[in-house]
Design a protein around this ligand. Structure first.
Ligand SMILES: Cc1cc2nc3c(=O)[nH]c(=O)nc-3n(C[C@H](O)[C@H](O)[C@H](O)COP(=O)(O)OP(=O)(O)OC[C@H]3O[C@@H](n4cnc5c(N)ncnc54)[C@H](O)[C@@H]3O)c2cc1C
Length: 329
């Protein structure tokens, strides 16, 4: 047992101040990632700052201008919210298809954004080299069991993928992450929250010590109404994505006026794929065009013998997601 201090935050300001001055401190939300990694000895914070009792961070507000979700809202509450399901289907589906019902009841949407890779070498502990867990130690995944790891945004230091679902839908629909930290309040586009590994894979986001995610803002858009989150995995539920696609379309006069596409499971971070969007914009939908968009989305993938199957799978996933979104127009 490794001792650590447990601080129950009395206010946002106190939570931020304690975490800012203790660089290895961690906020505790649902604990479904944090406690997991502490038990695996992958994370060993000296201080855990419990934010579960902070008020006003659980709200889910659906308005004319968009959706605002408090970071401490439970995944299950957002996934099952009637208006979110009706007006923001891709967002509700991305949460509903994540983890298990028990986990979704416990886990928060803020914590979901900041979950860490499921790379087995990262989670496996000290017996494996991992630059993300132990900077400078190497990467046992390169040339190893990389079936589920990243095809995009990798580096010579790390090929881990970002495993979450919710962030993929947020990236597709231009969401912003509202953060309160030692520097005050700011909003970060979901697309720029995550960093690619480069030579510093242990630095995963642009957040700084003490930065607390407080809300997520998703602007309303016609493309969101006809949207879907299509997730392909090894079994029908309770599994991470081999590849996923968040897609929304807005059709006017028979032509695709606006389209949003983001890829999940295959990147070091969630990926907005604008080349794929460009294939569809202004066009009349056909299955052939959807396949072409899928090919554009998966272009440039770096594969190995274990994971090359995820390229054609990705093409089909994107094409099928476009088809599902079109049926919702
Ligand atoms: C078996 C299993 C299967 C899973 N399957 C999936 C899946 O298919 N898809 C998927 O998307 N996820 C999946 N997950 C991940 C799960 O969704 C996350 O563990 C969960 O969303 C994390 O939320 P939490 O509230 O429990 O976060 P915590 O564990 O409390 O925190 C996670 C991290 O975020 C930080 N943090 C938490 N809240 C904030 C905040 N407001 N501001 C700043 N930092 C914060 C914490 O310090 C910690 O570093 C799975 C998890 C498990 C255990």
């Amino acid at each position: 047992m490794r001792p650590f201090a447990h601080v129950r935050a009395a206010s946002l300001e106190q939570a931020i101040a304690v975490t800012a001055r203790t660089p290895d401190a961690r906020f505790l939300a649902g604990g479904t990632t944090l406690f997991d990694l502490m038990k695996l000895n992958v994370e060993a914070p000296s201080t855990v700052v419990d934010i579960t009792t902070l008020p006003d961070l659980q709200d889910i507000a659906v308005g004319r201008r968009g959706l605002v979700v408090g970071a401490m809202a439970k995944m299950a509450d957002v996934a099952d919210h009637r208006e979110v399901g009706a007006r923001y289907p891709a967002l509700a589906e991305s949460l509903g298809k994540a983890a298990s019902q028990q986990l979704r009841n416990m886990a928060t949407v803020g914590g979901n954004l900041l979950q860490r890779t499921r790379c087995a070498y990262f989670r496996g502990g000290a017996s494996y080299a991992c630059n993300k867990r132990d900077p400078g130690s190497g990467c046992a995944a390169i040339g190893g069991a990389d079936r589920n790891l990243a095809l995009f945004g990798t580096s010579a230091s790390c090929i881990a993928n970002y495993p979450g679902d919710w962030a993929v839908a947020l990236v597709a629909f231009d969401a912003e992450i509202e953060v309160l930290g030692p520097r005050g309040l700011r909003r970060i586009p979901a697309e720029t929250l995550y960093r690619e590994p480069g030579a510093t894979p242990h630095i995963e986001t642009v957040l700084e010590p003490g930065d607390l995610v407080i809300r997520i803002h998703v602007p309303a858009s016609p493309a969101l109404r006809a949207s879907t989150y299509h997730k392909i995995r090894d079994r029908a539920s309770y599994a991470f994505a081999l590849v996923s696609a968040a897609v929304g379309v807005d059709v006017a006069g028979g032509r695709i006026r606006d389209v949003r596409i983001a890829l999940g499971g295959v990147g070091a971070r969630p990926l907005r794929v604008r080349d794929a969007e460009a294939v569809l914009k202004g066009q009349v939908f056909t299955r052939a065009l959807a396949i072409e968009a899928g090919e554009a989305a998966m272009r440039g993938a770096r594969t190995s013998a274990h994971n090359a199957f995820r390229v054609p799978l990705g093409v089909q996933t994107v094409a099928d997601a476009i088809g599902i979104a079109m049926e919702r127009t």
